[in-house]
Ligand binder design. Structure first.
Ligand SMILES: [Zn+2]
Length: 94
């Protein structure tokens, strides 16, 4: 791990990345990835490491981002553990 200079921060060193939208100089706050096979696009918290398959987007462009017709958009921000939530639902069922 080489997060030089980030030891005083609570978050990893992902600050300073800019929105990938053409002409936009906003600071990226989320990363969008997509899969053509399943026609699904995901919005996640900004990846710690820039992904060649991901697009970093600023907040306004994250909100404005829409998927083509027939595609599913999934916003996974704030979902700390998707599978755990499903497990909890099963456990709490009568
Ligand atoms: Zn932007």
């Amino acid at each position: 791990m080489r997060w030089a200079g980030s030891s005083t921060r609570g978050r990893v060193a992902v600050e300073g990345r800019l929105c990938a939208h053409p002409g936009c100089s906003g600071v990226a706050g989320a990363t969008m990835t997509y899969d053509y096979g399943s026609r699904t696009a995901w919005v996640d918290d900004l990846f710690e490491v820039p992904s060649p398959a991901g697009y970093d987007l600023c907040d306004p462009h994250t909100v404005a981002f829409s998927v083509p017709q027939g595609w599913t958009r999934r916003d996974r921000r704030g979902e700390t553990d998707d599978t755990a939530t499903e497990d909890d639902a099963l456990v709490s069922a009568p």
